[in-house]
Design a protein around this ligand. Structure first.
Ligand code: ATP
Length: 248
C-alpha cells in the first residue's frame, strides 16, 4: 500500500529524518515507536505531505531551510511530488499529534469540516459509524471542542480524520497524555476501525506497550533513524525494545 524509501528531512542543518525506509501493507497496522524528538511527527508530516507546507512557510518567513529527500510509493504510484490535499484525496489522512481539533466549533461542526471531501451519503454513514464506535461522543454533539476532555478530543480527532474517507490513516501519538483506561478504549477502537473499515493504519507512539498488541509490524526510530524493525512477536521478544519502550 505505502512504501517510503530514503526519507531525509533537514531543518536547516539539523537532520530530523535520516534515511528512513518504511512500509505499510494493505489492511495492516504499523507502529512507529520512538522517544521525544525521535522524528515521529516529522515522519507523519513527510508521509502526508504537510512537510512541504512547513517548508514553504519557513521559506516565505525567511526562516530555516527545510530540505526533504526520498521517495514515496502509494498504491503503485509515485506520490512524492503531490501536495497534502492531493494525497488526502487519494486517501492518506493525518490525525495530528495533540489532537488539533477546532476548539471553538462543536463536535458536529468538527466532523462536518473533516468531511468536506466526502459525498453527503458517505458523510452521513461515517458519522453514524463514528457515534457507534465512540458512543461517548454522541451525547456531546453540540459541545464545543474546547470543553471536551482529552480523551473525547482524541475520539473527535480520529472521527474527523475518518470523515475524510481515509484508505491510509496516520495516527500521530493518539494516546499522548491520556489515562490508561482511555488509552485502552482508543486502542480497541483503532483495531476495530482497521477491521470494520478495511483501512491501513500507521500509528506513532512514544511507548510501545499499549499499542504493540494490535500492530502487525513496527519500526523503532532513534534520532531520526529507523534502528530496528520487525513483526509484533519479534519486537515483543527483543530485549532492547523491552527495556527502552516497555520499561521492563
Ligand atoms: P515528540 O514526541 O516530542 O513529538 P517526535 O518524535 O514527533 O517528538 P519531531 O517532532 O519529528 O519528533 O522532531 C524531530 C526533531 O526535529 C526534534 O529535534 C525537533 O526539535 C526538530 N524539529 C521538529 N520540527 C521542527 C521545525 N519546524 N524546525 C526545527 N526543528 C524542528
Amino acid at each position: 500500500m505505502l512504501e517510503a524509501s530514503g526519507l531525509m528531512v533537514f531543518y536547516e542543518n539539523m537532520l530530523a529524518l535520516n534515511n528512513v525506509n518504511i512500509y505499510c501493507g494493505e489492511n495492516q497496522i504499523v507502529g512507529v515507536f520512538g522517544a521525544n524528538s525521535a522524528g515521529k511527527s516529522t515522519l507523519m508530516y513527510t508521509l502526508s505531505g504537510i512537510i512541504e507546507d512547513i517548508r514553504k512557510k519557513e521559506e516565505m518567513a525567511g526562516g530555516e531551510r527545510v530540505n526533504i529527500l526520498g521517495e514515496i510509493q502509494y498504491l503503485g504510484q509515485d506520490i512524492t511530488g503531490l501536495k497534502p490535499s492531493q494525497r488526502a484525496k487519494k486517501g492518506i489522512v493525518l490525525c495530528p499529534e495533540r489532537r488539533r481539533i477546532f476548539k471553538e466549533c462543536n463536535v458536529m461542526e468538527n466532523l462536518r469540516i473533516g468531511g468536506y471531501l466526502a459525498s453527503s451519503s458517505q458523510a452521513k454513514n461515517t458519522m453514524d459509524y463514528i457515534f457507534k464506535t465512540f458512543p461517548a461522543l454522541e451525547k456531546l454533539k453540540k459541545r464545543v471542542g474546547g470543553f471536551l476532555s482529552g480523551g473525547e478530543q482524541q475520539m473527535l480527532a480520529i472521527g474527523r480524520a475518518l470523515m475524510a474517507q481515509p484508505k491510509l490513516l496516520l495516527l500521530d501519538e493518539p494516546l499522548l497524555g491520556l489515562s490508561p483506561l482511555v488509552q485502552a478504549v482508543l486502542v480497541r477502537a483503532t483495531k476495530e476501525i482497521r477491521e470494520e473499515k478495511g483501512l491501513s493504519i500507521i500509528i506513532t507512539e512514544q511507548y510501545a506497550r499499549p499499542v504493540l498488541p494490535i500492530v502487525d509490524y513496527a519500526f523503532v526510530l532513534e534520532n531520526g533513524a529507523a534502528v530496528m524493525e520487525g513483526d509484533r512477536e519479534e519486537l515483543m521478544n527483543n530485549p532492547d525494545v523491552r527495556s527502552a519502550y516497555f520499561g521492563v
